[in-house]
Write a protein that binds this ligand. Sequence first.
Ligand code: KIV
Length: 275
Amino acid sequence: MKKDKPNGKKQRVVTTKTVVGMKENGEKIAMLTAYDYLVAKYLDQVGIDIILVGDSLGNVVHGYETTLPVTVDDMIYHAKAVKRAVKNALIVVDMPFMSFQTSIDDAVRNAGRIMKEVGVGAVKLEGGAYIADIVKHLVKIGIPVMGHLGLTPQAINKFGTYEVRATTKDEADELLSDAKVLADSGIFALVLEKIPSDLAKKVTDSIPIPTIGIGAGPHCDGQVLVVYDMLGLTEEFKPRFVRRYSELADTMRDAFKLYIDDVKSNTFPTKKESY
Ligand code: KIV
């Protein structure tokens, strides 16, 4: 179904099927994260394909050092705000740490809560071949799954760093094999985070479903960034894969300073701004 966008172009309602079709048609997929109503509304208005309610909200919204403390309730709370704003984009919600790794039953219960209580299009699970049975089961009961390989922040305590992943031949072979197993298990798309471009190309050429890269080079079928990174709000975080499309931290500080000055000097509010 196509609807009018503010710029007059027709905007489609994006489903998991649309996303798979985009790879087949050679159309790049644009995905960004969102955690609240207004950001989701503006992303949707300008035609983003996929909005990811990422568990990165643990870092950028809640200020945790890692994503591990994020709960299913946190994800549902933020996803509901996003859902209220979105008319066209596909919304994907991260399954947080320990919400699916423990058993197929837990995965079904928690993914089921996200799908039922929010009403989104899909969930995303971090992990390789060892989660294949969980993925297969979710897909079988009607819950579309996006995979996530490479730098998987929920496994930070295993790796100890946020450096580039799969740089040795053995690790690259394992990642490629994981990607094939996940694709065979029924995922509709796969996030590849912080891996060498050549490996991302190999994965992209080897599986029938789209790859969506973050720090994985230009050969992926789509790209994703954390929205606060690309807006320049997380100003200390400067990995080379983040292109800053704005410097909103500066813009916000400037606005806040002007407001403080206006209040202190009693130039706000004026008569026109009063009743
Ligand atoms: O949580 C998140 O925002 C993510 C993206 C970085 C892909 O998983």
